[in-house]
Design a protein around this ligand. Sequence first.
Ligand SMILES: NC(=O)C1=CN([C@@H]2O[C@H](COP(=O)(O)OP(=O)(O)OC[C@H]3O[C@@H](n4cnc5c(N)ncnc54)[C@H](O)[C@@H]3O)[C@@H](O)[C@H]2O)C=CC1
Ligand SMILES: CC(=O)C(=O)O
Ligand SMILES: [Mg+2]
Length: 573
Amino acid sequence: MATATNRVLRVALRGDSILTHPRFNKGTGFTSSERRAFGLAGRLPHRINTLEDQCIRAYDQLCGRQQPIRKNTFLQSLKDQNWVLYYALLSRHLKELIPIIYTPTQGDAIANYSHLFRRSEGLYLTFADQDTMEEDFLEQTKGRDIQLFVVSDSEAILGIGDQGVGGIGIATAKSAIYTLLGGIDPSKSMSVVLDVGTDNESLLSDELYVGWSNRRVRGKAYDRFVDKFVQLVRKHHPHSLLHFEDFGVNNAQRLLDIYRDKHAVFNDDVQGTGAVTLAALMSAVGVTKSKLSEQRIVVYGAGTAGLGITKQLRDGMSSIDALSTEEANKRFYLIDRFGLVKESLGSNKIRPALREFVRPNAEWADVPTNAEGEIGLLDVIRKVRPTVLIGCSTHAGAFTEEVIKEMARGTERPIIFPLSNPTRLVEVTPEQANAWTNGKALMATGSPFPPCKMPNGKLYEIAECNNALIYPGLGFGAMITQARKLSDTMIIAGAQKLASLSPALTDPDSALLPDFAHAREVNTEVAVAVAEQAIEEGEAGVDWDKEEVRDRIAERQWIAEYPDYVFDPRGEH
Ligand SMILES: NC(=O)C1=CN([C@@H]2O[C@H](COP(=O)(O)OP(=O)(O)OC[C@H]3O[C@@H](n4cnc5c(N)ncnc54)[C@H](O)[C@@H]3O)[C@@H](O)[C@H]2O)C=CC1
Ligand SMILES: CC(=O)C(=O)O
Ligand SMILES: [Mg+2]
């Protein structure tokens, strides 16, 4: 497909085959010589449109649909027809349309996948068909230069839980964002769902459910199934990046730990969320003129994202402020369903991965508990006087007025990041937090929110602290250098680059992160930083100097423009 350096493509398809192939189709954009060469003259109306004309028409059609979910369905069908037009349209209306193809609207599309189903997209690997997994895998990948696999087992989709086979919709959305914001050629990525069943009762009882209608497979059988898939990726595409998305809390970090030294793997909810939050916090401590290592941080919701954020911030304190890991661990107070994560909860309530962050009982002897011996958010805030409060719990409204006011009592500029998606699950709206702190709160959210009015009348833009602001760049930087792994230091390099682009750096009343309207340029800068770091630490599989990285990236970024086609029976198909 077209890249900045490849504007002519040799294509082997003709007639209906090229018109119905989303990768090659140009619709009314085929030139007259292409129409003749590819047998299209009688198949298209006379007028030849530019891509710009087509975008205007498609946008008009889109605007005729009022509900976000109808717009999502329209855009999905456009993607099924014509990739260049789909990405060209999105890139012309980036801020308006990302929430339609990604969180929050894609969450609704996924939840209704079986009812909205029109056409399949991606690779469906089902537990019941595991004996033919390699055959099914090769059917779609053989002979193709796949550089990126985005895989989900659908257990923890966005904030809406187990969605069974519908989780293919998060893999395809994340892949689309890779193309849109990272510049990854869509023909070189593959979206995969591992259908291991579902524990979602409404899907199990739905006659129209299109996935494998069985309870979720767990334990060794699950591990073997996932491993079979990972080994196929390693065998057939050894230089690809394998991106894990929305796995459940008991598998996300665990699978990352199993495979991180064997292949270039990346868990977005752990590492991508950690990296974007690190960048937002670096930006916030720039405003408060303090250091990362001086923060006292409460993380509400100690699941996949909560632990990923905690570890990334901890590692940031160590590498940026040279704090020891042990000391840095003490800066964190994790809270989950059982209240503060402290020793007395016992191992049945604290999963092993949280061990480093368990607070000692003695420290909390003077704090009231409930009948079960649990300590709630408000009491933690009263005692710790945190400077930072992060929400990744899916507990809508958890940051009450009392909680937010207590934060503001303990610190001059409370840093408050309610990161849960989709929008309706946010722990506190920016408008509320702004009002309850008299405009003192420094905020970032997981989904987009409108700006807030500060007491001085200025508008405060709310940074969207969503992993999509960084993962396409992290991934592209690793892929392009054929990095053997995506190391922690490569991720920190990406986060530091993102923080350096923050508007708050020059104006403390501005947003803590760059606006999503600039997400493509931002991710390109992140990709450059990650690729340079890969080269510097000897993880790159390419023999490049750091100085040439920017040019190599510009050459390889896919752009949504039509290349010129030449018919060639041995060409692409
Ligand atoms: N902004 C971003 O880029 C990202 C946001 N998220 C969002 O973060 C949220 C969590 O996602 P994951 O970590 O993947 O889910 P998860 O299920 O692994 O974690 C959620 C945690 O919150 C805890 N929790 C639930 N209710 C609670 C309550 N009432 N009090 C205290 N703790 C409670 C759960 O026990 C669990 O440990 C979701 O809304 C997700 O969309 C996740 C990844 C990226
Ligand atoms: C943004 C994202 O990855 C999530 O909410 O799961
Ligand atoms: Mg996710």
